[in-house]
Design a binder for this molecule. Structure first.
Ligand code: ZN
Length: 319
């Protein structure tokens, strides 16, 4: 599959002014309301090349925003990777040693293993563990419409509904390769009141991804009770989101088996394939077909290597 390079509309911004922070942990800020309420956290740059979240947090920090209730912690996560950004090879700054969004289990965090990402995850872990409500801001390889990854539990979908954007909410289990931050501890426990969302704002370097990161952040703050409609109005946003939401449940992942994996079309993500049995890819001798009618393709990869997830398949859920 040919993959033409995406134009770099959205680039990293200097964030050195945010290094000191006020939590004792570099690039982590806490804004206190002085009132009781939830411990809310918004994170950016778990993947160093996903710069839209850094734009959103920088905007909020510069605005002088204070939460109405509880506390708000803002963390720029994988700084080491972000600092390596090179416009000639923009995807190289995703991580330094390993994917920082696959290390979020007690087993991995408490292990004796070391990496740049694991050390940073251990550094911010106390802030994440103390969080009641988390929004983790990401972006995607392909120019897919934005989507919310709400996790496998109903409480994640409920929070996504309260936020109201993006228009697509995808309920998913995460990755076999390791647990994501949004599934860590109480976030992944149906019995815990803790809750987390991961937003994929669009393509990494698309200007629209910045706007989606900011809108999702502001509507999330409203959903937590830390902000009201006047904050939305300040950024030209109406009280309620414009588009209705669609909920999709991931049913399976297509794992690449051979070096000869090719998609049937250049899918970007969130396409709905009407008929069961439609060929969506060829993996060596095997045709990959949709298993049911109205199958939704979620985040097709451009890294077509054996063992990788090529695409995840989803079924529409009632809203
Ligand atoms: Zn990401």
């Amino acid at each position: 599959m040919s993959s033409k390079p995406m134009p770099l509309e959205l680039l990293p911004i200097p964030i050195d002014a945010h290094r000191a922070g006020n939590t004792g942990i570099p690039f982590a800020h806490r804004l206190e309301s002085g009132q009781p309420g939830p411990a809310v956290t918004i994170t950016a740059l778990i993947h160093g090349n996903e710069v839209c979240g850094a734009h959103a947090l920088d905007l909020l920090l510069q605005s002088g925003f204070r939460p109405a209730i509880g506390s708000l912690t803002l963390i720029f996560c994988n700084i080491a990777a972000y600092m390596r950004f090179d416009a000639r090879e923009p995807t190289a700054s995703r991580f330094v040693d390993e994917d920082m969004n696959r290390v979020w289990s007690e087993q991995v965090l408490r292990s004796s293993r070391s990496s740049v990402e694991l050390e940073r995850a251990r550094e911010i872990e106390p802030l994440i563990a103390a969080t009641d409500l988390l929004l983790d801001i990401h972006s995607m390889q392909t120019p897919s419409p934005a989507l919310m990854l709400s996790g496998p539990l109903a409480k994640g979908r409920d929070l996504a509904r309260q936020v109201g954007v993006p228009a697509f909410v995808v309920a998913d289990e995460g990755h076999k390769a390791g647990r994501r931050m949004r599934d860590y501890g109480g976030f992944g426990d149906a019995a815990s009141p803790k809750n987390a969302l991961l937003v994929e704002c669009g393509q990494h370097w698309a200007a629209d991804s910045r706007a989606m990161a900011i809108e999702t952040m502001l509507r999330f703050l409203k959903a937590t009770g830390q902000a009201d409609d006047s904050l939305l109005a300040q950024y030209g946003l109406s009280a309620t989101a414009a588009a209705p939401q669609h909920f999709v449940e991931v049913t399976e992942a297509v794992t690449i088996e051979t070096e000869e994996f090719r998609f049937a079309e250049e899918f970007t993500g969130l396409e709905t394939i009407p008929a069961a049995g439609t060929i969506i890819a060829q993996d060596g001798p095997v045709a990959v077909r949709t298993p049911y009618d109205d199958c939704v393709l979620i985040m097709p990869t451009k890294r077509l290597k054996p063992g990788q997830t090529a695409v995840r398949l989803g079924r529409r859920l009632p809203a």
